[in-house]
Ligand binder design. Structure first.
Ligand SMILES: Cc1cc2nc3c(=O)[nH]c(=O)nc-3n(C[C@H](O)[C@H](O)[C@H](O)COP(=O)(O)OP(=O)(O)OC[C@H]3O[C@@H](n4cnc5c(N)ncnc54)[C@H](O)[C@@H]3O)c2cc1C
Length: 602
């Protein structure tokens, strides 16, 4: 596992930030909870990250930065968000720079790279409007063409970092009659505007991420030069949607970080709290909830790490994969956090009783992730519109296409393989019906079958995997039949039933990603991963969401998974399929959650 260089930056960042349970450390739980209470923007913590030079990892190597892969990016955003989503999200608005890396001129790229690297610059995304929410085409902010530039009028709201950022990506209407070509995107550099012609809207008070700069920005007869326009007039919606493919996928990193903390802080409690003469962890029901939570993280890892690598191999398929990841991972982990609170008991609702009250903050902060950057319904809707083509394409797969697909799957899912450089110009608004992970399911099933000949996988595990794998295939075939026989309409009036069908598609997608991840990494991700018991439990867990199955598949597998969870907790390792080393606890005997007191169940 140490050979996986893409995890080194995250590991180093976490080590340098130190144990979050040590109050004096930067971004310790005590500090981030205090920042949240004050509702003041975390300037000094953000500055710490700039001094650490984290911003360089948001700038592609060809623009003089250190960004090399989305897999690496996912890992460090995750460790940032395990401490604090507010700071993680505030810093990661830098990621909107992808619009410029994707569609900007060389001059715009150079300017932005310098702004980020040398001037500690930050940006925000101004798409939403008070009156129009998800309806981007319905927006009212206008840009009227004048010699040398445009005149902006209107407001964007609610916008994260609208006030405390130098660059705003603004989506503006340039042609009210232009249909899908009515919008144009601008990279507005506030430093070059007349300050009399733009203004910031007041801070919005929110349930979570309270210390954020949640505000808005308004323009009044504000001149912006042509040099701030991204690509051509009318191209705004296209690049907005392509940019979303990148950023929506990486919202999963925010959720994964929060999920780690929710589970870890609850474990700290369950390992020490004694009721009825027993530790909570030794009572079957809470232990099962914690194991299920761990499985949820592993499942979401397979979906998200697969997607992060997939961007480098099949960017043209992300109109599908980004929607699946944004919907599935954020909602699955939101539900997971909501179920582990039952184990934490009343302390989940208290603001300073356990681990400095980090759980209640995680619960509040995390609940926005499935909403912003394209809400749950928006992502499911985007998927629904592609179902017909997905189904047609799958029915027509030819042997040559399947052989090529197999090669792509290996590059996507083998973590030891280097991914090619990301080519954003290959992003497409519609994926033409291709979805490699699910359309490669039969290949995965053949690979499972072939494992029967090798002796290194437990026979029981293999039998279970074959059985569950075939159920996934059965469900996928049923899905395709249903779509083929349904009446299809474009537009926004999709039936509620189709939204349920889309949710089911996402579950099948996640299940297949788990299978693919295991098949390609059995020899490199450690003994627990290799054994595959977690995979049997994960597939069973996912399939139980969509069809009746027995409650339990193996108590022994659950016990072994609980043991692994406790081992990772004791060793301060990330709850993940790549459980790299986190900052180590500084044990003091009087600390109730001290790791020296943790007992592994025999
Ligand atoms: C904390 C926070 C941070 C944010 N940060 C930003 C930011 O940085 N930049 C930015 O531009 N915006 C930002 N937003 C705005 C956010 O993206 C919008 O709130 C979101 O797009 C939803 O818009 P809305 O709340 O106006 O709901 P609307 O879009 O008005 O939705 C209203 C209703 O219609 C339903 N609906 C919408 N679309 C569909 C569909 N296709 N099919 C079926 N039903 C549908 C919804 O479910 C909902 O019930 C932020 C919001 C918050 C709360």
């Amino acid at each position: 596992m140490d050979q996986l260089k893409q995890y080194w930056v995250a590991q180093r960042l976490d080590k340098d930030l130190g144990d979050p349970l040590t109050p004096e450390n930067v971004m310790s739980f005590k500090q981030v909870v205090a920042i949240d209470e004050k509702e003041e923007f975390p300037h000094s913590e953000i500055e710490w990250l700039y001094n650490w030079k984290l911003q360089h990892y948001y700038v592609p190597a060809e623009c003089g930065g250190e960004f090399t892969s989305f897999e690496e990016f996912l890992a460090f955003v995750r460790v940032l968000c395990r401490r604090d989503q507010t700071i993680g999200i505030a810093f990661t608005t830098l990621f909107w720079s992808f619009i410029t890396w994707m569609a900007g001129t060389d001059e715009q790229k150079q300017k932005l790279a310098q702004f980020i690297k040398d001037e500690n610059g930050a940006m925000c995304l101004g798409y939403s409007e008070r009156e129009h929410g998800s309806d981007l085409v319905g927006g009212d902010l206008t840009a009227k063409k004048v010699p040398g530039g445009y005149i902006l009028n209107g407001e964007k709201w609610p916008i994260n970092r609208a006030t405390i950022s130098g660059i705003s990506y603004i989506l503006a209407k340039t042609d009210p009659e232009g249909g899908p070509k009515c919008l144009t995107l601008f990279m507005v550099d506030k430093r070059e505007l007349n300050p009399d012609n733009y203004y910031n809207l007041p801070k919005i008070l929110t349930h979570g991420i309270r210390a954020s700069d949640m505000s808005g920005i308004g323009f009044k007869d504000c001149f912006v030069p042509d040099s701030m326009r991204i690509k051509e007039e009318g191209d705004g919606l296209e690049f907005a949607l392509k940019g979303f493919q990148v950023t929506r996928t990486f919202c999963a990193a925010f959720s994964l970080g929060a999920a780690d903390t929710a589970l870890r802080t609850t474990l700290n409690f369950a390992l020490n709290r004694v009721v009825y003469g027993k530790k909570v962890i030794d009572i079957p029901q809470p232990r099962k909830i914690l194991v299920d939570a761990f499985l949820d993280i592993l499942i979401c890892d397979c979906e998200t790490i697969g997607a992060a690598r997939g961007f480098h191999v099949i960017p043209e398929q992300f109109s599908v994969w980004a929607s699946v990841t944004k919907y599935f991972v954020t909602t699955q982990l939101e539900t997971m956090i909501n179920s582990v609170y039952t184990v934490l008991g009343s302390r989940f609702y208290m603001r300073d009783e356990h681990d400095y009250g980090i759980f209640q903050k995680v619960l509040r902060d995390n609940s926005i992730i499935s909403m912003f950057d394209g809400s749950t319904v928006v992502n499911l809707h985007a998927l629904i519109l592609q179902f017909r083509q997905l189904t047609k394409y799958r029915a027509r797969r030819k042997p040559e296409a399947i052989a090529k697909l197999q090669k792509r799957l290996e590059t996507i899912f083998s973590l030891a393989k280097q991914v090619p450089q990301f080519e954003p110009e290959k992003l497409e608004l519609f994926g033409r019906g291709v979805d490699d992970p699910l359309q490669g399911l039969e290949i995965a099933l053949q690979q499972l079958e072939a494992l029967k000949e090798t002796s290194d996988v437990d026979e029981d595990v293999l039998v279970n995997l074959m059985g569950l794998g075939n159920l996934i295939l059965e469900e996928l075939n049923d899905h395709d039949e249903l779509i083929t026989n349904s009446k299809f309409e474009y537009g926004h009036d999709q039936s509620p039933e189709l939204f349920e069908i889309a949710k089911k598609y996402c579950i099948l997608h996640a299940a297949t990603c788990c299978l693919q991840m295991w098949l390609y990494n059995r020899t490199i991700l450690g003994e627990f991963f290799a054994k595959g018991e977690w995979l049997v439990l994960s597939l069973h867990r996912l399939l139980r969401m969509i069809r009746p199955l027995p409650y339990s598949i193996s108590d022994a597998y659950v016990a072994n998974t609980a043991e692994e969870l406790l081992k990772l907790c004791k060793e301060d390792k990330l709850f993940s399929i790549v459980p790299f080393q986190l900052a180590q606890s500084q044990i003091t005997e009087d600390r109730p959650h001290a790791t020296s007191k943790l007992q592994l169940k025999a």
